[in-house]
Design a protein around this ligand. Structure first.
Ligand SMILES: C[S@@+](CC[C@H](N)C(=O)[O-])C[C@H]1O[C@@H](n2cnc3c(N)ncnc32)[C@H](O)[C@@H]1O
Length: 431
């Protein structure tokens, strides 16, 4: 594709996102490219990179466009990004050439916008702070509360590109052997610093089409998510419950630390998500896992009260820790979403805690960086349930490095740890 044709596709993809504002951007992009199989891999990556760049600069682009008195549209956003980022070799007029597959020529109004933006920096001293930091206005006070004078540095790190991490599946291989197998297929990786099972892929490489991936030697999982599974300390022979299992990302890692021995149950209220686990469990060679769909008034759960050694609650949350992957979520988040999620998290915690045996351990985790969903949620739970207390178990052998857990809690962030933002707390039920 020519640079102009790629730009045209960028505008089309942004228009598709605008048409379904509540659908996550990556889901829209997947459908968009599925319907346009003629767009090759290189073009797809270039178009996605440009769209994600626009999503990451959204509030600042809107601020500039509105300052110029122009309407915010997929086309004006794309044009503003081209002019302000100054990364293209061709001029805006050459890119918007009106030739075959190129965007139509710039209108007089768009040329004015172009002239207004030329030589301007992306950040302007008059920009309000939430605009410059690319967050909804209401959220900034919460972030300042979480990070203090580090808010800007943390948000800058969250605006970067996400890493692509893999977990070596020790049920089938070792980290060294998995790395060598991937290397033979041209996938370059290095060992992650914190997770003992992690491999970080250099750049974007097509991991899922490798024989190593298809054979279940590795699973795609952020290093932080691997550490959540490590925090649970699920051991061979235990009875383990993954209460919000989704498509079993953490179930897979815990079945691995259990060496396929004992029993692990992956629960969720979403049938399609649990369904997504089937193929992954099979590929990973997991034999000790069962899936269970939670329904209102669940008898299954009532019968198993007090029976699990470990319960993981990987709670639904704002996902503020995963903004590197989902910059669109950063813009969509509403105050009412946070309030609803906090209520849901408290309810799920109370329900899941009943399934734990006396002396067992409950791990609460989120991929959020907001104290409201993390420390505050746990403090309120322990107050409601005085038979639980925070514990800091010694670093699990072959598990996580010591020092990450402080007072029974672990907080990870892209800035401090190079992982997605995650939180985990370990609580023990009195014996
Ligand atoms: C953060 S995701 C889990 C991700 C998953 N553990 C993984 O590692 O891939 C949260 C999950 O909680 C589920 N969920 C939402 N409400 C729930 C409830 N009341 N009880 C149990 N699970 C719930 C959602 O369907 C979603 O799959």
């Amino acid at each position: 594709m020519t640079p102009s044709a790629r730009l045209s596709a960028t505008i089309d993809l942004l228009s598709a996102m605008e048409a379904t504002p509540y659908r996550p951007a990556d889901a829209v992009a997947n459908s968009f490219f599925r319907e346009r199989r003629y767009i090759g891999g290189g073009d797809r990556r270039a178009i996605s990179a440009r769209v994600w760049d626009i999503l990451r600069h959204w509030r600042r682009l809107c601020w500039w466009i509105e300052r110029a008195g122009a309407p915010v549209t997929p086309r004006s956003l794309t044009l503003a990004m081209v002019v302000l980022a100054r990364q293209d070799r061709m001029t805006p007029e050459e890119l918007f050439s009106g030739e075959r597959y190129a965007p139509t020529r710039l209108s007089a109004r768009e040329s004015e916008l172009c002239n207004f933006l030329r030589e301007q920096p992306l950040d302007h001293p008059e920009m309000p702070r939430p605009v410059r930091l690319e967050v909804p206005d209401w959220l900034l006070a919460h972030l300042d509360n979480a990070f203090g004078d580090q808010t800007e540095a943390e948000l800058a790190a969250m605006g970067g590109e996400a890493t692509l991490d893999l977990r070596a599946n020790l049920l089938k291989t070792t980290r060294e052997a998995a790395r060598a197998a991937l290397g033979e297929e041209g996938i370059v990786t290095r060992e992650t610093a914190l997770s003992p099972w992690g491999l970080r892929v250099a750049g974007r490489q097509p991991v899922t089409s490798t024989a190593a991936f298809r054979a279940g030697l590795v699973e795609i999982q952020d290093e932080g998510s691997q550490l959540i599974a490590a925090v649970v300390g699920a051991e061979p022979g235990m009875r383990v419950l993954d209460y919000c299992a989704g498509a079993a990302g953490k179930t897979l890692a815990m079945a691995m630390t259990m060496n396929n021995r004992g029993h692990i149950v992956a629960c969720d209220v979403s049938e399609p998500r649990l369904e997504g686990a089937v193929r992954r469990l099979r590929r990973a060679g997991v034999h000790n896992a069962e899936r269970h769909l939670l329904v209102p008034g669940d008898k299954w759960a009532r019968r198993r009260a007090g029976s699990f050694d470990r319960v993981l609650v990987d709670a639904p949350c704002t996902g503020t820790g995963t903004w590197r992957r989902n910059p669109d979520a950063r813009l969509r988040l509403r105050e009412s979403d946070l309030r609803e999620l906090m209520e849901k998290q408290a309810d799920i915690l109370d329900r899941a805690a009943k399934l734990l045996r006396p002396g067992g351990r409950l791990v609460y985790a989120t991929c959020s960086i907001l104290p409201e969903e993390n420390q505050n949620q746990i403090a309120a739970f322990v107050q409601r349930n005085p038979e639980f207390r925070m514990v800091t178990p010694p670093a699990v052998e072959g598990g996580m490095p010591a020092g990450l857990l402080v007072d029974g809690k672990m907080s990870l962030s892209p800035l401090r740890n190079g992982t997605d933002g995650f939180f985990a707390a370990i609580m023990e039920r009195a014996a």
